[in-house]
Design a protein. Structure first.
Length: 283
């Protein structure tokens, strides 16, 4: 079999204030050197507004050609690299040429840039990435009185009321509508309690790893497993810490980790990713 074309173009669709997008952008910022057999990934980034006033993620193009789930981030590239996935649970799988989960996108980037997923810590990193994805960060951000699903429902009602929209677009909008309508069953007090508990356990585990590897001897600098080489776990957890702290829930975070994330936020990587510093959307 011939080698794939490593100079082929990829596009990362991301939301400027989307937590899961920010994790992928930080992973890219931490990428290090590519595999010696490959050039830098030929990647362009395109911002997609997910604000109710300008819902580009609900557009026909995005829902029918980019990500049928209507979520950011999404990585689009040559099918030789991104074969697509069928979902067995009745939700929409990734079509050929797309990856639409922040973890899957980050693991894909780590195949290209191996320092993001060092072999000696891979099992630990994968386990903690899975744990992180059992936490509902939207409920930790917006609380149980989240307004966004209701706002999007109104937007979608108007869209589907038009007779002249394509069947494929209508189908995807109806699926989004169902999800937004289900929000009151998801954003509940017990769910907030469970996510707070899980987040605080996750942060305690990260803190104990930082103590175990003690990479710099101070709380502010370095990464979880190394003083100088960040992994994709650092990228994802730093974004989560910033968001949980911005959302007024820093009591869930051990003080040394707060020092770590505050220091990171003063640095160049964060300035480029979130020039206004805050992770919170303004809508
Ligand atoms: N499991 C997905 C979650 C992606 C996600 O929920 N993205 C949010 C922004 S952080 C989104 O696109 N929201 C728009 C909507 O709900 O319609 C991932 O890890 O990438």
């Amino acid at each position: 079999m011939s080698e794939p074309d490593y100079s082929a173009p990829f596009t990362l669709y991301y939301g400027a204030f989307s937590l899961w997008s920010t994790m992928v952008r930080t992973t890219l910022a931490f990428r290090g050197a590519p595999l010696s057999s490959r050039p830098e990934m030929n990647l362009q980034k395109r911002v997609i507004s997910i604000a109710p006033s300008d819902p580009q993620h609900l557009s026909e193009e995005y829902l029918t050609k980019i990500n049928p789930k209507g979520l950011v981030p999404a990585l689009v590239g040559p099918p030789a690299f991104l074969p697509g996935s069928d979902s067995s649970d009745g939700t929409v799988g990734d079509p050929v040429g797309t990856l639409s989960e922040s973890a899957a996108i980050s693991y894909f980037i780590a195949e290209w840039y191996p320092s993001l997923l060092p072999k000696e810590h891979e099992a630990e990193i994968r386990e903690l990435m899975t744990t992180m994805r059992q936490i509902n960060f939207a409920i930790l951000t917006f609380g149980v009185n989240i307004q966004l699903p209701g706002m999007f429902l109104k937007v979608i009602e108007k869209m589907v009321a038009q007779d002249d929209i394509s069947a494929a677009w209508r189908e995807r909008l109806e699926a989004k509508k169902k999800n937004y309508a289900n929000a009151p069953n998801v954003f509940t007090e017990p769910a907030l309690e469970a996510s707070s508990q899980r987040a605080s356990e996750l942060f305690a585990t990260i803190q104990s790893l930082r103590e175990r590897y003690n990479t710099t001897g101070n709380n502010k600098e370095g990464y979880i497993f190394s003083a100088t080489a960040p992994t994709l776990l650092d990228a994802h957890i730093l974004c989560v810490l910033a968001r949980v702290s911005d959302a007024g829930r820093s009591h869930l975070i051990p003080p040394p980790l707060l020092e770590w994330v505050e220091h990171f936020r003063q640095g160049e990587v964060w300035k480029e990713i979130l020039p206004g510093n805050s992770t919170l959307p303004k809508y």
